[in-house]
Design a protein around this ligand. Structure first.
Ligand code: SF4
Length: 322
């Protein structure tokens, strides 16, 4: 099988990328907050440099499990309008684990450009137990998804009342384009709108609530409801399972708007040219806690010599969305 470098050399050179206007998303905010240099690599250098783009796309065991669950749920929701039989559920879970997971793993081991794990890229030993945990997350999350009150409620509301399943949308917040993708949004029979975010991590992520407040802001701007209080948000922690439901009000939307404005201002403040959205590496500092660098996709760029890195930290407790 070809190595990564050979495979990269075999691809056609890409045309120079056009400058793209600045846009904001929760993922961008999270990356910027974790390390400005990582943000630069992820959203600027990766557009120009195929190797940095490849590093950006690296997955990692827990993140991989989360992505697989999301992809399986999305495909299921788009193709079905009722909860399937137990046998069908088992078949879907079996395909996710024995089909997709297995082929991802093989691709990653062989250095594929389609899918590559951080652990393989950086030769981090993967114990059998680590694999078992990832498989367990996928199986438990999908089983709980099929049994969830959320899925039953969404189907009971009628698929014709669904507003979004993973659609990438954008809207304007104080002159900044905001991008978002809701896992599921639907209108109940009583006209209340429910916005759902599937999680495969166990703990509250740093920006989970902000993410949902941003979705609610979009829903209100789209005119999905007359009053913000008609919106309900739900964080569905499928691996546990636990469902955290919140009602929204005007103050929630104002806080979301202010958060986006502040965050976008900080990001734009580091740009060489905010109008053309041009950035320069030296303006995006490496963060001050290099312990995290061990698990960063770009660590090879910042620490060409592995021995310069601090000791391996425990994995981050929260599994971020993609
Ligand atoms: S290796 Fe560390 S400093 Fe470099 S981009 Fe990653 S997190 Fe930031």
């Amino acid at each position: 099988m070809p190595g990564v470098t050979e495979a990269l050399e075999a691809t056609q050179p890409e045309a120079p990328a056009e400058p793209r206007p600045f846009s904001w998303s929760v993922s961008r905010h999270d990356t910027f907050d974790s390390c400005p240099r990582r943000y630069f690599y992820s959203y600027y250098a990766s557009v120009e440099d195929p190797e940095i783009k490849r590093l950006k796309k690296l997955s990692a065991l827990p993140l991989w499990a989360g992505s697989l669950v999301h992809e399986t749920i999305e495909a299921f929701l788009k193709a079905h309008d009722a909860i399937p039989s137990e046998t069908e559920q088992q078949a879907i879970i079996h395909t996710a684990v024995h089909g997709q997971m297995l082929s991802d793993w093989k691709d990653s081991e062989s250095g594929s450009l389609r899918f590559r794990l951080f652990e393989h890229e950086y030769q981090v030993p993967v114990e059998a137990e680590d694999k078992k945990i990832a498989v367990g997350i996928v199986m438990r999350s999908l089983r709980n998804f099929f049994r969830s009150p959320t899925l039953a409620d969404a189907f009971a509301s009628g698929k014709d009342r669904w507003l979004s399943v993973e659609d990438l949308v954008s809207f304007d917040v104080s002159g900044t384009e905001v991008l978002l993708r809701m896992d599921l949004a639907y209108r109940r029979r009583d006209d209340r709108v429910v916005i759902v975010d599937w999680k495969t991590g166990r703990s509250e992520g740093r920006f989970n609530e902000t993410q949902l407040a941003g979705y609610a802001l979009y829903a209100a701007r789209q005119g999905w409801v007359k009053e913000p209080t008609e919106i309900e948000t739900e964080l569905a922690y499928l691996a546990i399972p636990r469902y955290v439901t919140r009602t929204v009000d005007g103050a929630t939307l104002e806080r979301a708007q202010a958060f986006i404005e502040r965050s976008a201002t900080r990001m734009k403040g580091l740009l060489l040219d905010p109008v053309l959205n041009l950035a320069r590496i030296d303006d995006f500092a490496k963060h001050e806690r290099p312990l995290r660098c061990r698990r960063c996709n770009f660590r090879r760029l910042c620490f060409p010599r592995t021995e310069d890195l601090p000791a391996f930290p425990p994995p981050e407790p929260e599994i971020l969305p993609f």
